[in-house]
Design a protein around this ligand. Sequence first.
Ligand SMILES: [Zn+2]
Length: 111
Amino acid sequence: MIIYGSKAVYISSKQSTTSICPSCGTQGSLKLFVFRRHAHIFWIPMFPIGKKGMSQCQHCKNVLHTKEMPVSVRKEYDVLKNKAKGPIWQFTGLGMLIVMIIWAFISTRNF
Ligand SMILES: [Zn+2]
């Protein structure tokens, strides 16, 4: 049995100063969060499969997913998302695979 799935890891956040909460109307209350998902097999991260995000109002605690964000919030989120870099360890499985392929290549050659 192979245990696999995906997991989202927090990578960045930013307090928005210009956006207005669509739920309670407070300006500058939204905090933006960026996560990066990675596929894992037996809990070993293999490779990243994309970023996702959300915002939370610090005033009324209303959570918005990227699809529900007003255009202005979405723009600010996209800027943050494009700047945010995920951790290198999310490539662990891919790195191991490359090492194994190189090792297999070297060990099958007759010197
Ligand atoms: Zn609010």
